[in-house]
Ligand binder design. Structure first.
Ligand code: AMP
Ligand code: GLY
Length: 436
């Protein structure tokens, strides 16, 4: 079977790598792909959001399964375009993707279906936003409604700080994502965890839990990013089966029932960004796709045939295969290497060495998943931002962590002069006793 992966990040490299292992898969294509997907298969020079072009090429190439990585193509209706061309698609249509693409829609959906989340008000202009703030006398969170690549959420320590953000957003027309609606919500306290479910709308299958690190610098300082590292499982946050059961019962089951009640077809991944509070799990956000970098730390331990799982999801037959998914014991830790100015600036780097990972005759427990980049012979040119996620599996998280950071050190030593990368030193530190 020929498979297409849409996107160009490290998540898409991990997906292409795992799909290529399936006995069902004859070839993997990626659009537009990156250096990593070029190692695994063939890249098409088609933008990830170009639905019509992708559908035409998928048809002529005989693609039987398309897997959509990022949110941009989901928002652009690429899944709908591919389905209209009779391609089985892992990824919801535009309607289902609204759980991610509109924070206001997601909050109202949760309210309609009794799904636990932070108390909130919606505002459509500055006056309404200021009035809404009167309901939140202490710390408060402001969320711009549209897709804003992590820049649309501000956790404010006081109403005054929130008023400044509201002024900047409305008066200077700087509302991230370009919409006009803002969600004003209470601050939740607790531990965060990412829980991803494969779902065909009827059944769902939870993947192993993960924690990501969103801030740019150690100790959760600096600006929010797409994610600077992750570990899985998040056994320190979701400690026991009872908590997982509560997540299923109070979040995933009512979401799927709600989608069905509203006649929204949903086939793909539903990602819950959850806060484990003193009053149980609550939803911070939904994503309509797999997480990045969570995917890079979940897939290396996933046993079984990812293509079979995705095809079953895409065809509404997940119930027939969901018993087939197991995880290797132990844990996986991933560290993101980014260009020095990330996330404010994106500095291109050229002539980077390949990482000796699974595609390049490396160690079986080490993985280097490339972000936005191009393969040039045995070297990689990267356009900047998040460049490489180095992951290691181990018999426990402490061993996986030590192995991942050793691999980061070795990779950094192999860089050509002048090539600089930045990474966090504290990924998974809190779950291991040894302090680096
Ligand atoms: P989101 O894009 O909605 O996940 O928000 C990005 C980050 O902001 C989350 O990962 C949390 O760390 C933080 N955040 C969002 N909403 C809240 C909330 N209600 N209370 C506390 N932190 C939040
Ligand atoms: N790691 C968070 C996300 O994928 O949105």
């Amino acid at each position: 079977m020929k498979v297409l992966v849409v996107g160009s990040g490290a998540r898409e490299h991990a997906l292409a790598w795992k799909l290529a292992q399936s006995p069902l898969v004859s070839r993997v294509f990626a659009a537009p792909g990156n250096a990593g997907t070029a190692l695994v298969g063939e890249n098409w020079e088609i933008a990830a959001t170009a639905g019509r072009e992708l559908a035409a090429r998928a048809r002529s190439e005989g693609i039987e399964l398309a897997v959509i990585g990022p949110e941009g193509p989901l928002a652009a209706g690429v899944a709908d375009a591919l389905r209209a061309a009779d391609v089985a698609v892992f990824g919801p249509g535009r309607a289902g993707a609204r759980l991610e693409t509109s924070k206001a829609f997601a909050k109202q959906f949760m309210e309609r279906h009794g799904i636990p989340t932070a108390r909130f008000c919606l505002a459509h202009d500055r006056r309404q936003a200021e009035r809404a703030l009167e309901n939140f006398p202490g710390p408060v969170v402001l969320k711009a409604d549209g897709l804003a690549a992590g820049k649309g959420v501000v956790v404010c320590s006081s109403p005054d700080e929130a008023r400044e953000v509201v002024t900047a957003w409305y008066d200077r027309r700087e509302l991230p994502g370009g919409g006009s609606t803002v969600v004003v919500e209470e601050v939740l306290t607790g531990r965060e965890v990412s829980v991803m479910a494969l779902t065909d709308g009827e059944t769902y299958l939870l993947l192993e839990s993960a924690c990501d690190y969103k801030r740019a610098l150690d100790e959760d300082r600096g600006p929010n990013t797409g994610g600077m590292g992750a570990y899985s499982p998040a056994a320190d946050v979701v400690a026991d089966a009872a908590q997982l059961e509560e997540i299923r019962r109070t979040i995933f089951e009512p979401v799927l029932a709600g989608l069905r009640a509203e006649s929204i077809a949903y086939r793909g991944c539903l990602y819950g960004g959850l806060m484990m509070t003193a009053h149980g799990p609550k939803v911070l956000e939904f994503n309509a796709r797999l997480g990045d970098p969570e995917t890079q730390v979940v897939l290396p331990r996933l046993e079984g045939d990812l293509c079979r799982l995705f095809v079953a999801t895409a065809q509404g037959e997940l119930g027939q295969v969901s018993g087939e998914c197991r995880n290797l014991p132990g844990g996986c830790v991933g560290v993101v290497l980014a260009s020095p100015g990330y996330p404010q600036q994106s500095t291109p780097l050229s002539g980077l060495p390949l990482f000796p990972g699974p595609d390049v005759s490396g160690s079986p427990d080490l993985f280097g998943f490339w972000g936005n980049s191009r393969l040039r012979g045995t070297r990689v040119d990267a356009s900047g931002g998040r460049i490489l996620t180095i992951c290691a599996v181990g018999s426990d998280l402490a061993r996986a962590r030590a192995r991942a950071y050793d691999a980061v050190d070795a990779y950094i030593r192999s860089l050509p002069q002048g090539a600089e990368l930045r990474w966090r030193r504290d990924i998974a530190q809190r779950v291991v006793t040894s302090v680096r």
